[in-house]
Write a protein of this length. Sequence first.
Length: 598
Amino acid sequence: MAREVPYLDVQNLTKSFGSLMLFENINFSIAEGQKVGLIAKNGTGKSTLLSLLTGKDGYDSGSIIFKRDLKLGYLEQSPKFDPEESVLDACFNHKGDPEKVLKAKQILTKLKIRDLQQPIGQLSGGQQKRVALANVLILEPDLFILDEPTNHLDLEMIEWLESYLNWGNRTLLLVTHDRYFLDRICSVILEIDDRTIYTYRGNYSYYLEKRQERIDNRRAEIARANNLYRTELEWMRRMPQARGHKAKYREDAFYELERVAKARIEERQVRLKASNIYIGSKIFECQYISKAFEGPTSKVVILKDFYYNFSRFEKMGIVGNNGTGKSTFLKMLLGEMQPDQGRIVIGETVRFGYFSQEGLQFDEQQKVIDVVRDIAEYIDLGSGRHLSASQFLQHFLFTPEQQHNYVYKLSGGERRKLYLCTVLMRNPNFLVLDEPTNDLDIVTLQILEEYLQDFPGCVIVVSHDRYFMDKVVDHLLVFKGDGVVKDFPGNYTQYREWQSLQPSTPASTQVASSVPKRNYHGEQRRRMSYKEKLEFEQLGKDIEALEAEKKLIEDALSSGTISVDEITEKSKRLPVLNEELDEKSMRWLELSEIEASN
């Protein structure tokens, strides 16, 4: 029986830049239907390997063999377009094929690119990355090669992309820092480490287990070698003449979540009060703030009479779809933008450290170590622990050699990591991190997670990285759009589990104990009026009808059978429907709290 030809076969591939060897004589193959994740530290060759595979860069030696007539689709980390062409033209060059146009509109709608005639040059960098992703998906290649496909996607889009890539017998090779994405999609993990490549035939969880076994085995080998060395050294000291002869959640768990979250914060308060990084009991208070912007067709509401009193040592995550106001909220907190109404009162002892999406600016001709030393020679980790600038960089995986390299030699991920180090070296007591995980490798993320878990101050994180959020935060603000913000006492997975248990017909089946109770602060509780009871019942029916309509629209958009005009019509109806659903759901929750309190 003839051996099946793999889609991709890499043999003895070697690549270096000057004296820097990225990998040497590596071998791997990808068969039809395999979904392969590629993992490596920043600067060790992940994106370079993808460039070699797609012919955008040359290699020193070895061979890259594709199956004959294989159709390849490549998503670059920083795609480039003609700024004058429209979104639809950038995605679709075969204008005579109406089926392709239809598919383009469906995928772009899922990725929340709705104005298909807008010039590419008017889109943000994140929107352009989503157009590039759509371009690859529309192509329907035999082999997808995707470099950080979840960057610039919100949680809803990430979950849709997971489903899309898992459907059918698609074959793909992807680089991503999103560990849940890796775990749920990939059946093989490739790891570049120490200039070679290791293959793990399983998902990310399997990789973690087997990688640890590999490291443990290596440690055991080193330990055995050390024992042999010590034995031989003792023998040689005794017998010098012999030297020449030797060779060489459930629904009812909501209040338990709330209790556990409070207990974690209280425990952290006790544990961290003794640290050298001091922060007072007054952190910040949002006093009924409102913020809105004038959009092209209507006003975009970010916050409406929002009140929040931030606790000492709290670690909060902020999640929500793109455009719901997460970054705007951070800018108001930091004083870079003012609310339309209300005010934010900041405690006198608070020292912010802000990691933003736009803050990456360095002197290219400066050495890495000097960038950090210009800020501080030492960082105080609390409890009497200090690290020098060099030790701190080494903690975040900058080797002594890399520390004395110039900034211009760093990869994109290494620059993000250096920027993070400059924020932390300022010794803030309140970290505000806006999408800190983008372009960081998984090992760096693990180090950052540990750092934040033990950080003796306050943390706010905005991130679409579900795994990272689960490990770091114990409390969420969920920005739902149109000024609606949900306060949830738990991490992202706990929120999604709780959310999935909310019934589709809330008025008739909702369990009162699953509804978070309002903190009345002395306000007298009241009973529902007769008019409110009627409204409550009608809201349940309305919500059920709206959810049914939404499902019909989403099924139609995903079916590939409706006309272009119908797609346009349904795409316009969907955001209106979502707004109406959110508004009615929030009103239903308000009334349900009144009912639950009696």
